[in-house]
Design a protein around this ligand. Structure first.
Ligand code: A4P
Ligand code: MG
Length: 186
């Protein structure tokens, strides 16, 4: 959804958060605080926190913490992605192996009703509908949201995905109530 606010187009955007390296909860909390402090952006909903088994990537990586959040933002998609990459870098994110362990991953899942197959920013995120570690958190905050590419609700997409034993467990519903203030040194 996009609407006018004070002359700017404001869109509803779904973001996925993930971490499986170092202080996982600290990275997610700091990442979310930084997202909510972005200019022309407000945080409107945050999912529970889930511990999830790694999907893909190297064999021996540790479990992830995953969550999802909704923001309202006037930042254009490319500008928002670049801001998310800056926040990832502030948590010492390194990119070595595809789907390898990471301190903080911030993906744009859905940006309004935009659909794009550009490799730098594919919208909606090309794998979101195949992944319970994405759809379960998103269903906490936006079960009725229609996937702009597939035309089906998040709840319907999730219902179509088989659960695997131990693939995911909710570990905290209130992990984002006391976010740290943004760290000016990072
Ligand atoms: N990119 C394209 N579209 C987007 C988008 N919608 N949002 C480009 C964010 N980035 C997008 O991303 C690689 C490139 O994707 C970027 O240059 C960006 O321009 P990355 O963050 O460097 O690396 P990545 O996250 O490893 O890549 P990718 O392919 O997006 O990974 P996935 O598909 O997100 O999978 N298992 C569990 N349990 N939990 C997880 O969070 N995450 C992954 C990563 C694999 N397994 C996981 C988890
Ligand atoms: Mg990513």
């Amino acid at each position: 959804m996009t609407r006018q606010a004070g002359g700017a187009n404001v869109s509803t955007v779904l973001i996925a958060l993930g971490s499986n390296l170092g202080d996982r909860l600290g990275h997610l909390q700091a990442g979310l605080a930084a997202v909510s402090a972005l200019p022309q952006t407000s945080l409107t909903a945050v999912s529970g926190l889930y511990e999830t088994a790694p999907v893909g990537g190297p064999d021996n990586q540790g479990p992830f913490l995953n969550a999802a959040a909704t923001i309202e933002t006037a930042l254009a998609p490319a500008r928002l992605l670049s801001a998310l990459h800056t926040i990832e870098a502030s948590r010492d994110r390194e990119r070595r192996v595809r789907w390898g362990p990471r301190t903080l991953d911030l993906d744009i899942l859905v940006y309004g009703v935009q659909v794009s197959d550009a490799p730098d920013l594919t919208l909606p995120h090309p794998r979101m509908h195949e992944r319970r570690f994405v759809l379960v958190p998103v269903a906490d905050i936006a079960p009725d949201l229609i996937h702009p590419g597939l035309g089906r609700s998040i709840a319907a997409l999730l219902a179509a995905l088989p659960a695997e034993d131990g693939d995911l467990v909710c570990v905290d519903r209130d992990w984002a109530t006391d976010l740290p203030p943004p760290d000016p040194t990072r």
